[in-house]
Design a protein around this ligand. Structure first.
Ligand SMILES: C[S@@+](CC[C@H](N)C(=O)[O-])C[C@H]1O[C@@H](n2cnc3c(N)ncnc32)[C@H](O)[C@@H]1O
Length: 292
């Protein structure tokens, strides 16, 4: 079962933190870097505080298994990845059936690409990594599937239309987008974020868990809680507000939505703060859409 996929997070979390300091992309206009996310993301995952592909492994497995390539090896595009997790799932799922997929990972930041290369090398997989804004990305051969997690909320509603157009151009007819996204009914037009109460609860949880997991995390809990503070200011998703919005978005871009199902709530062994990108917070949906 892919649910049992053991990702080497204890090894890659310190690597990601170090790489983020060296490689994370600076926004040319603001000078801000995305190290606030890429540096701490895997520590948050180790503490069970970051929603990632592992929480929807059954869905990705089912969706990818029904996606066979037009050629011998399915061509899969991982469109945005905070680390190597989506790649790890794609590889494991296909390899279960003895298939070696041809995976390309595109991200605008070098850090997730470096982590993907690191993982691919461990797994003796040959992958392609491209640092590029997905809205500008072109490929010489069409993909059979585009796989990503929590990516739609990185884009404003206007940009999302361009994203879907780009994905359509990148897929072969019959190819699919496979993704999971959070739905925020009743959210406003602007970006979401941590409320002061959520921030307080998240900070306290990071501190408590980092203390409890000190041996495993090998990092000063106070330092991790400080970095979590920076992470919370940076985590500002553009809300997707309804299933209808998703249907419209895909259908208007030339896709048929084959599945728009409720994602099972990530089983949390304990109560986690209700906050952005935390597993079990809010509603998430699983989407499979075919390019017409
Ligand atoms: C896929 S998402 C969310 C994380 C996700 N839950 C996961 O587990 O991978 C975040 C990634 O998208 C990337 N990203 C955001 N906007 C992008 C864009 N326009 N083009 C390419 N990558 C982008 C960021 O650099 C980040 O690594």
């Amino acid at each position: 079962m892919v649910e049992q996929l053991r990702e080497p997070l204890e090894e890659s979390a310190p690597l990601g933190r170090r790489l983020a300091g060296q490689l994370c992309r600076r926004d040319p206009a603001s000078g801000d870097s995305c190290a606030w996310c890429h540096g701490i993301w895997q520590y948050l995952r180790l503490m069970g505080l970051a929603a990632a592909p592992e929480h929807h492994a059954d869905f990705y497995r089912r969706a990818l298994q029904s996606t066979r390539g037009a050629g011998a090896a399915p061509r899969v595009l991982v469109s945005g990845a905070a680390d190597y997790s989506m790649l790890a799932h794609v590889l494991a799922i296909y390899r279960e059936s003895g298939i070696e997929p041809a995976v390309t990972v595109v991200d605008e930041c070098e850090t997730p690409l470096a982590l993907s290369r690191w993982y691919a090398e461990r797994e003796a997989a040959s992958i392609e990594c491209v640092r590029c804004d997905i809205l500008d990305y072109t490929a010489s051969t069409e993909f059979d599937a585009i796989c990503t997690h929590s990516f739609l909320v990185q884009f404003s509603p206007e940009q999302r239309i361009r994203l879907l157009q780009r994905w359509r151009q990148l897929l072969r007819p019959g190819g699919s987008v496979i993704t999971v996204t959070r739905i925020r009914p009743g959210a406003g037009e602007g970006r979401a974020g941590f409320s002061p109460e959520q921030a307080q609860a998240f900070h306290a949880t990071v501190l408590r868990k980092a203390e409890a997991m000190r041996e495993r995390l090998q990092i000063d809990p106070a330092e991790l809680a400080r970095e979590a503070g920076i992470y919370m200011s940076g985590q500002r998703p553009w809300p997707v507000r309804s299933r209808e919005e998703i249907l419209q978005l895909f259908e208007r871009a030339g896709f048929r939505v084959d599945e728009l199902s409720d994602a099972p709530s990530a089983a949390a062994p304990e109560l986690l703060p209700n906050a952005p990108a935390v597993p079990g917070s809010g509603e998430r949906v699983q989407i499979i859409a075919t390019r017409l």
